[in-house]
Design a protein around this ligand. Structure first.
Ligand code: AMP
Length: 287
């Protein structure tokens, strides 16, 4: 049976009990509304640890003022059924009040300089400070041995790795490849905001990243690749927030082929913001 805990004290008691039995603990932080992408993370967690703790918390600190916090889908009962089926040990689903008792603005913040102000951080100022603050807090509360994150949020993944390295946190970060719909669209809780027509168009987003990959591998220099991809996206009804070819480790923009690259992108279809990325490794990846 999956246990549901909603206070910091109760989850800490649970963790103490599990650790007293020398259990390895995996944490999977989520905002709920679980789909096959989240479930892939949880399955990976199950294969690596004795106990899996899934947190479900729609973190107001990572949403900007005009963003979709209020309409973010909350489906706790369905999530619980899915997590029970997977044999998750516990769900930590705290209230906003228990995480930010004095309000978000008065809470201590964790911030990673540099990469957190580019790309999604530029379009969503403060977003990544909200993410690092809640993830750091969850790590402190749950003291997991490992924590699992999706490559779907590639910039977020690198920022969390940086936070863990910079602050010497004793947790191993495991990454899981993006799970996609049959048409290539990366699964996301925000896909349900798309109309039927937008949903059809949305698959073109990942196709564009795949076309960029082909062009990168054929041309070696990237002149014109991004301009042409952006104008194709626009002609298909997308508003491009950013599209960039970066070093996959530093996230610095690059203009020539390198061993490990990533194409990062965010677009709007109507009011819905979609992000995706495509990693390109010229050699077999052993990490
Ligand atoms: P969220 O609930 O959107 O905050 O996501 C929680 C975790 O699930 C993050 O580590 C995401 O990167 C990961 N995730 C979300 N969508 C996918 C997906 N389509 N494939 C793999 N992981 C995902």
């Amino acid at each position: 049976m999956t246990i549901v805990v909603d206070t910091i004290e109760s989850v800490q008691q649970l963790i103490r009990d599990l650790k007293s039995k020398s259990h390895q603990i995996a944490l999977v932080p989520t905002m709920g509304n679980l789909h096959a992408g989240h479930l892939a993370l949880i399955k990976e967690a199950k294969s690596l640890a004795d106990d899996v703790l899934v947190s479900i918390f729609v973190n107001p600190l990572q949403f900007g003022e005009n963003e979709d916090l209020a309409r973010y889908p909350r489906t706790f009962e369905d999530d619980k059924i899915a997590l029970e089926k997977l044999g998750v040990t516990a769900i930590f689903a705290p209230s906003v009040k228990s995480i930010y008792p004095e309000g978000q603005q008065n809470h201590t913040k964790v911030s990673t300089p540099g990469i957190s102000t580019q790309f999604c951080g530029k379009s969503r100022p403060g977003h990544f400070d909200g993410v690092t603050t809640i993830v750091c807090k969850l790590f402190n509360i749950a003291q997991p041995d490992i924590a699992i994150f999706g490559q779907k949020d590639y910039q977020q993944l690198l920022i969390i790795k940086k936070m863990v390295a910079d602050l010497g946190m004793p947790v191993k970060i495991i990454e899981v490849p993006t799970i996609r719909d049959h048409d290539g669209l990366a699964l996301s809780s925000r896909n349900q905001f798309l109309s039927a027509d937008e949903k059809l168009k949305a698959s073109f987003f990942y196709k564009t990243l795949q076309n960029c990959e082909k062009a990168i591998l054929q041309n070696k220099k990237f002149t014109g690749i991004l301009t042409s991809a952006k104008s194709t996206l626009k002609s298909h009804g997308f508003k491009v927030d950013y599209l960039a070819i970066c070093n996959a480790v530093s996230l610095k923009k690059i203009t020539e082929i390198e061993a490990k690259m990533v194409i990062l992108a965010a677009v709007y279809l109507g009011n819905t913001r979609l992000i995706d990325n495509l990693k390109i490794s010229l050699h077999v990846d052993r990490d």
